[in-house]
Design a protein around this ligand. Structure first.
Ligand SMILES: [Mg+2]
Length: 282
């Protein structure tokens, strides 16, 4: 593989990188198949002293579920290397409301457990308790009762937080996976309210959590992903380095009238990893 052509400015940018936040689908795998170059790229990051965190907007699975998923794909990782929109939501709640709050969670059992693990109280549609805050996630186990109760508390004016904006979850199966954003649109029809805040990509809270975890300056972190309007938009908002990979949704031709241009455009994460190594050891 030929090395990427980089400007002196791009080399200086890459030389500062200490950590990469990796989007998953389209960046390290496609659907259920790990890209052939992913393992080598991760090895290069490790050898170069660059840490990495896997990032996902999907709040239907917990960080430990995701860990199992990527381990099954053959990637070695630990739970501290996974960052989901649920974790971004937990950090947002902790810093804006404190932990001593009862949450009504429109989400999977896995999501509810993640909030309990973080120390929050939970009320459900089955008990009569009044929550302090409503959190809506990607609820692949949703019931009509849960939806109606969520709408009730939202209509009563409770703080209303969505874990991420995605309207559908990509799939290669003959089905549309209705995601958090579409459920929020449904709740809006019923309550005339939109979420007070939507975490997940492209909200820079996703990146801020990782900067905090690893005590990084924004210029030391590269957000690596295949989508301009989420991954690269978030990099811009968080003032981190944006590295677009062309192994997923975006084609080179999509960049023709796109602004601002990502800091780095690489064919895939392996060429990016090699470019970071080259820039650090010149
Ligand atoms: Mg992607």
């Amino acid at each position: 593989m030929s090395l990427m052509k980089l400007t002196a400015e791009q080399k200086a940018t890459l030389a500062k990188i200490r950590h990469v936040a990796l989007d998953m689908d389209g960046t390290i795998y496609s659907g259920k198949t790990l890209f052939s170059f992913t393992a080598e790229a991760l090895d290069i990051f490790t050898q170069t002293g660059v840490g990495y965190t896997f990032l996902t907007n999907n709040s239907s699975k917990s960080a430990s579920d995701y860990l199992t998923k990527i381990k099954n794909l053959g990637i070695k990782a630990d739970e501290s290397q996974i960052y989901t929109s649920s974790l971004a939501t937990i950090e947002y709640l902790e810093s804006n409301f404190g932990k001593n709050k009862k949450l009504f969670i429109f989400g999977t059992l896995s999501l509810r457990r993640e909030f309990v693990k973080a120390g929050f109280g939970i009320v459900t549609e089955l008990d009569g308790d009044e929550p302090d805050i409503v959190v809506v996630g990607f609820d692949t186990e949703l019931t009509y009762e849960r939806m109606c109760k969520a709408a009730y508390w939202i209509a009563r004016g409770k703080p209303y937080i969505a874990t991420h904006p995605d309207k559908i979850c990509p799939t290669d199966q003959p089905v549309v996976l209705v995601d958090c954003g579409a459920v929020c649109a449904c709740l809006e029809e019923a309550t005339s309210r939109r979420p007070d805040i939507v975490l997940g990509k492209p909200n820079p809270c996703m990146i801020k959590g990782i900067l905090k975890r690893h005590a990084l300056e924004p210029c030391e972190l590269a957000m690596v992903g295949d989508r301009l309007y989420t991954d690269m938009a978030m990099a811009v908002r968080a003032h981190t380095v944006g590295a677009l990979v062309l192994s997923g949704e975006t084609k080179r031709s999509d960049l023709e009238d796109y602004s601002p241009m990502p800091d780095i455009v690489a064919s895939n994460i392996l060429s990016l990893a090699k470019a970071i190594r080259e820039s650090k050891y010149r």
